[in-house]
Design a protein around this ligand. Sequence first.
Ligand code: ATP
Length: 286
Amino acid sequence: MDSLVLNAPAKINLALQVQKLREDGFHELKMIMQSISLADKIKLSKSSEGISLSSSSNELPLDNSNLAFKAAESFFSANQVEGGVEIYLEKNIPIAAGLAGGSADAAAVMRGLYKLFELEEQTAKVKSLLAQLGSDIPYCLHGGTVYATGRGEVLEQLPELDKKHLLVVTPAVKLATPTVYKQYDNLAAESEFNFEAILKNLKFEEKVNWSLDYKNDLQPAAESLCPQIKEVEELLKESGAEFTLLSGSGPSVFAVYPLAKQAEQAAKNWPRKTDFITAAETIPSY
Ligand code: ATP
């Protein structure tokens, strides 16, 4: 095999609870992660030596500050293989949007390189390499519906959800994750929702019960930095969504609709022309 193409799916958070601040400056988290059909596409081709990266996006660096590049560096430093790789990144996931696009790319590059060079995937080794690059990357290796703790790298697979029809709306504002956490600390609000009840719902019951308080503790902080989030959420509710929430540190908001055609209709009629908007669905682990 000389080349291969992979999907790098985005994630949303069905719930996110912020716990205590650790000595290393990161917060402990409890999150429900869910992968969705919105995805970057990555083509990997064997080359004679080194790593090269090109992309459809002109907003991203193409050097070793790109997470896709970093993942390839980790792969080659951990494995003795002949040759190098050319990476092409078709960027479809909005950048710095709370959808873990960079993490998805890094995880897909790592999965792909193991396939391309026909090596057995050494899961523990790969996961510890990837966790050093970013907290969401270990999750992005397999995706699906997952309960994540620690900084997001301690993972427990949950039963697969029945397919949910979504609209993902990203206002044209980039929110850096550390800035949102800083604002969260400034606001000093206590989490008030019952994460255990949500976990129980997803583990033991067949249907997601949205009337439980599925929440994201980062939402007030993100809204105070980006007031458009509130406006987007209100519009999504008016368009017939049964549930809406901020994803990760934002500014993306996702909405769940009973029917796919309702999501498509809402996308078609969306009034805020500067937003990135896409109909998507939840996907199982890959
Ligand atoms: P998360 O939800 O994991 O916090 P995010 O969706 O908010 O992530 P990303 O799109 O992953 O944010 O990008 C975060 C930062 O990483 C950006 O500032 C971007 O410049 C940098 N970055 C590096 N490599 C990539 C990549 N391949 N794709 C997207 N961003 C990248």
